[in-house]
Design a protein around this ligand. Structure first.
Ligand SMILES: [Zn+2]
Ligand SMILES: [Zn+2]
Ligand SMILES: [Zn+2]
Length: 166
């Protein structure tokens, strides 16, 4: 299994004073399963397959790509709509994150805690590195609030070139 791209640079972007855990591989799948079942949802084999597809990608992956891969793996057609429904459930339960500017999804490496994740999206290779910074997100939330804007969810994405492509 590929190493997940969601990592914090050592010492940088500390997401605050709490027991923040970033998961990869099997530990990520276990943490996602725990988070979903704790919220009263079932960890079905289909949901597990969709999550495993997300988790093995370093880059944001679209519902269509997941549906294609699962159709091949399962030997029968998996409809993109059913993948979308599962991805919505994952996003609502903090198991996955939607990268808006890529119209695609990433496994959430910290299903145990919620953050306004910041994505650095490479225009060349498509990789989306993920960092958390509570100061940045709280400043943006306060700014919106000062305009009497009710914040649903900040979308924090920076487009550019990753270290390998720059
Ligand atoms: Zn955290
Ligand atoms: Zn995050
Ligand atoms: Zn790149």
């Amino acid at each position: 299994m590929a190493q997940h791209a969601h990592t914090h640079a050592p010492g940088a972007h500390e997401p605050g004073n709490h027991a923040h855990v970033e998961h990869t591989g099997e530990s990520l799948v276990a943490a996602a399963r725990a988070a979903l079942t704790e919220s009263g949802e079932q960890w079905t084999s289909m949901r597990e397959s969709v999550f495993a597809e997300l988790a093995r990608h370093d880059r944001p992956v679209s519902a269509y790509d997941i549906a294609d891969n699962l159709s091949t793996a399962r030997g029968k057609r998996v409809a993109p709509n059913s993948v979308y429904r599962i991805l919505d459930l994952f996003v609502a339960n903090n198991l996955a994150m939607r990268v808006e500017s890529s119209n695609a999804y990433l496994a959430n490496s910290h299903p145990g805690c919620e953050h306004d994740c910041i994505f650095l999206v490479c225009d060349e290779c498509g990789e989306a590195t993920h960092v958390d910074d509570e100061n940045v997100s709280q400043t943006l939330r306060a700014l919106a609030k000062s305009e009497s804007f009710k914040v649903e969810r900040p979308v924090l994405e920076i487009r550019g070139l990753c270290a390998s492509c720059a």
